[in-house]
Every structure is written in structure tokens, then in C-alpha cells.
Design a binder for this molecule. Structure first.
Ligand SMILES: NC(=O)c1ccc[n+]([C@@H]2O[C@H](COP(=O)([O-])OP(=O)(O)OC[C@H]3O[C@@H](n4cnc5c(N)ncnc54)[C@H](O)[C@@H]3O)[C@@H](O)[C@H]2O)c1
Length: 294
């Protein structure tokens, strides 16, 4: 929220105390890490997730701090239900996080038939782009009331080539455009920003039309090792590495002058390849102050 409407926020424990968020694709990966962090910071969360098992695990983990709608982001009614659930349970929507997405595993144009291009394009754009548009549309009313904020999970593929195939990269460039256009349209009431993760060890899955929907990114350890070697910081991220950025963009005390911005969290892709060979390593965690470096 922008800080103009804080009347319904109560308590002082976390940075987001008293706020309510809607998060799509919160059953796994980055969305799940954002939910964990939002709850930790005092927010309640309405989740739209297509996987019923993941939805149940969320409810088990967070009880009444989370309400889950099982549904598909391609369906307008699913978004309406998730937004209504936030209003019914928590009385407001301060943050809408469009996050559910699928990946093409770098499928080259020449490796797709025209029929696969058409079907793959529809599937990936409907989930990655239309899903965000429909969700934002459903949330605008309550977001205006709270002077709230929209956050989209973009990707390094929203800026750079080579991290996916043409379908995925085009879909994420489209999301970069949405961040700018919606920031323009919805100002000054609603801020619209994005987070652009680079490679992250998640269950990010493929496209049914390309018969890759059973593949997951975390199952491709060779690919992740190659990516890690190409990054200046030398490791592939974990979903939790990005979650704090969604807190900062949700909390107007830290970001009320930001709209139309996409924050990169990508291991340094923008500064080029590593200067010296980097040995792939598991993500080094920040050390607590005073902790031993060994
Ligand atoms: N993992 C990465 O390396 C990476 C990098 C950059 C950007 N991203 C983006 O992050 C976002 C989250 O992906 P992730 O890596 O956490 O993957 P993930 O698969 O672990 O999580 C995505 C969640 O979205 C759900 N989902 C997928 N399609 C859906 C649909 N049609 N309707 C409702 N729910 C649906 C899945 O069931 C899953 O729980 C995506 O937009 C992805 O493009 C991921």
C-alpha cells in the first residue's frame, strides 16, 4: 500500500502487518517463498494455485493466514474467486502478485512444427501473460481502495535472450511491457512493478503442447550447472533469494516512489560472463552477524 490508507492495518510485528495479498502459483517455488515471507512479515494471503495437492499443503502449513483457491490462471472466474476470498477473509487487497508461469526449456524455433508453435504459443502466453492481465483486472477494484500495488514475476528472459526459447522469452518480454503499461494506466492509485529472477531451483514446468509439462527445472541438474558457470555470482538461486524483494515492493514505506520498475535478481547477468572460471556451488547463504565463515 502507498501509506495513504493504513487505517485497517493493526499490530506492529512485521513490515506487512495487517495487509492482505493475492498470489498466483503460490503452491511451489518462488510463489511459495513469497507467501512464507509475507506471512512472516504479518500479511494474510489469498492464493490461486492449479495443483490441489500443493493447495492443501499450503493450508496445512499456514492455517487461517492463507486461503487457497484451486483453479487455473487462464480462467477469469478463478481470479474473481481468489480476490473475493481475500476481501471476504481479510477485508482488503493491498498486493496482487502475478507469478504462476510455465517454461519452454529453451526449445528452438526449428525444433517446433508450425502446429506446435501455434499450440505452444497459446499455452505459454495464456498462462504467462493473459494470466497476469486477468488477475490484475480482477484485483483493481480492491487495490484502488487500499492504494495498493501490483507485482509481477518477470524473469531475466524479460530482458535478455538465451535463457529460454522464443516462446518463453517473448512471453516474459511481454510481461516487462505490461509492468510499464499498467504502471502508466493505474498511476497514481496503484503502483505496478516487477521482480526478474534469474535461474532458480524450482519445479518450474514445461508446456503440454510441447510435451514438456512433466519436466521440471530442478530436475535438470546439468542445465543448472551450466547456468551457474555462466553467472558472475557463480550459483543458481533458491526461491527464497528473491522473496524479500516482493516485501520491499509491497511495503510503500520502502518503495512508494517506485512504479514501472523491474528489479533484477539474477546473479549478475547484466554485467557479462564471469571474469574467471567459477566453480559451481550450492547457494551460499548469508552468514548471521558474528557467525563463523567456515
Ligand atoms: N525458476 C526459475 O528459474 C525462474 C526464473 C525466472 C522467472 N521465473 C518465473 O517465476 C514464476 C514462478 O515459477 P517457479 O520457478 O516458482 O515455478 P514452480 O513451478 O515451482 O511454481 C509455479 C506454480 O504455479 C502453478 N501454476 C502453473 N501454471 C498454473 C496455472 N495455469 N494456473 C494456476 N497455477 C499454475 C504451479 O502449479 C506451481 O505451483 C514463473 O512466472 C516463472 O516464469 C522462474
Amino acid at each position: 500500500m502507498t501509506g495513504r490508507d493504513t487505517s485497517a492495518r493493526t499490530g506492529s510485528a512485521g513490515r506487512l502487518t495487517g495487509m492482505a495479498a493475492v498470489v498466483t502459483g503460490g503452491g511451489s517455488g518462488i510463489g511459495r517463498a513469497v507467501i512464507a515471507r509475507y506471512v512472516d512479515e504479518g500479511a494474510n494471503v489469498s492464493v490461486l494455485e492449479r495443483d490441489a495437492d500443493r493447495a492443501r499443503l499450503l493450508t496445512d502449513a499456514y492455517g487461517d493466514r492463507v486461503v487457497v483457491t484451486v483453479g487455473d490462471v487462464r480462467e477469469p472466474d478463478a481470479h474473481a474467486t481468489a480476490v473475493s476470498a481475500a476481501v471476504d477473509h481479510y477485508g482488503r487487497v493491498d498486493v496482487y502478485v502475478g507469478n504462476a508461469g510455465i517454461y519452454d526449456f529453451g526449445r528452438g524455433l526449428e525444433r517446433m512444427s508450425p502446429e506446435q508453435i501455434i499450440a505452444g504459443f497459446s499455452e505459454i502466453f495464456e498462462v504467462n501473460v493473459l494470466g497476469y492481465l486477468l488477475g490484475a483486472r480482477a484485483a483493481i477494484g480492491p487495490l484502488r481502495e487500499s492504494s495498493g500495488t501490483i507485482i509481477f514475476t518477470v524473469s531475466s528472459s524479460g530482458t535478455f535472450a538465451g535463457g529460454g526459447g522464443s516462446l518463453y522469452v517473448a512471453s516474459k518480454h511481454a510481461v516487462s511491457g505490461l509492468v510499464k503499461q499498467l504502471a502508466h494506466e493505474l498511476a497514481p492509485d496503484i503502483r505496478v512493478n516487477g521482480v526478474a529472477p534469474g535461474a532458480s531451483r524450482t519445479q518450474l514446468s514445461g508446456v503440454a503442447a510441447l510435451e514438456s509439462d512433466r519436466r521440471t527445472l530442478s530436475g535438470e541438474s546439468d542445465l543448472l550447472d551450466v547456468i551457474a558457470r555462466q553467472l558472475p555470482l557463480g550459483f543458481v538461486s533458491e526461491p527464497e533469494d528473491h522473496a524479500g524483494l516482493y516485501v520491499t515492493l509491497a511495503d510503500a514505506r520502502d518503495s512508494r516512489f517506485m512504479t514501472g520498475v523491474v528489479i533484477a535478481s539474477d546473479g549478475g547477468l547484466g554485467v557479462g560472463p564471469p571474469r574467471a572460471p567459477v566453480t559451481p556451488q550450492s547457494s551460499p547463504r548469508p552468514q548471521a552477524p558474528g557467525a563463523s565463515s567456515r
